[in-house]
Design a protein. Structure first.
Length: 257
């Protein structure tokens, strides 16, 4: 049985929480479980609306789907949510320009399937900490182009400029990843309110120290706030297999969509 804790926190500097998390460890549509993290952007209330609307739309779409392929069902749900959010943005001036990041994940027969748009993240934590998703951000593009050192990226002043978002364009470009899991793996999904405030090595140390998924999630949020809490914080921690054995790690890679 998957153990999971999903929490959000407004942080110390923001008045409104625009992060949204969803977790379900039982069947939803054709998927055996579902996890979503979204970080909204826009004017007053628009970012909050964008993240919650998108996540809930994805949940409803997946719940109604009869598609068996995890990647296909997630892709169709995200694409439909993107179109629906754009339609919503025309309803009032306050919603114009709103958008959201999204990370969607499911675990099927020992495999983790992940989709992401924006700079919210999914990490795999075991004896190491590995960022599975790729940030769709200006700073990440600078790092990949060799114009910025990885060590300088987290504190760069343009860190929050993202290059992909739900609601930004009629066609959404989604990255997909899959990997096989093993006992001892933990999955961390989070918004940049955590990853910008707590270095990866500190995230790893906290997850090593805390025993329960609830303890890990709460300690990560506390660490982000202790380091300044400059943004909303959304966190999902999942223990995929508990005591299951004989599941070996295999390679992780970007899935062509």
């Amino acid at each position: 049985m998957i153990k999971c804790s999903a929490l959000t926190d407004t942080g110390l500097k923001r008045e409104l929480n625009q992060d949204f998390v969803f977790s379900k460890v039982s069947q939803i549509g054709t998927l055996p479980n579902l996890f979503i993290v979204a970080d909204g952007m826009g004017g007053h209330n628009a970012g909050d609306y964008a993240s919650s609307f998108t996540a809930n739309f994805i949940v409803e779409s997946i719940a109604k789907s009869t598609v068996s392929s995890p990647i296909r069902v997630i892709r169709e749900a995200i694409e439909e949510a993107n179109s629906a959010l754009i339609e919503q943005s025309y309803e009032s001036p306050e919603k114009r320009g709103m958008g959201t990041t999204v990370v969607v994940a499911t675990i099927v027969d020992g495999y983790l399937y992940v989709a992401n748009v924006g700079d919210s993240r999914l990490y795999l934590i075991n004896e190491n900490i590995d960022q599975i998703t790729r940030d769709h951000s200006l700073v990440e593009e600078m790092v990949r182009a060799g114009k910025l050192a990885r060590a300088d990226a987290r504190l760069h002043p343009d860190k929050n400029i993202i290059t992909r978002a739900i609601g930004a364009q009629e066609e959404v470009n989604i990255d997909f990843f899959d990997m096989r899991l093993r006992p001892g793996d933990f999955i961390l999904m989070c918004t940049d309110g955590l990853s910008n405030m707590v270095p990866d090595e500190d995230i790893k140390a906290i997850c090593d120290r805390e025993r329960s998924v609830e303890g890990k999630a709460r300690a990560l949020i506390k660490a982000a706030n202790d380091n300044g809490g400059k943004d909303n914080i959304g966190v999902i921690i999942a223990d995929p297999f508990g005591d299951m054995e004989d599941i070996k790690v295999s390679s992780m890679g970007l899935i062509d969509n």
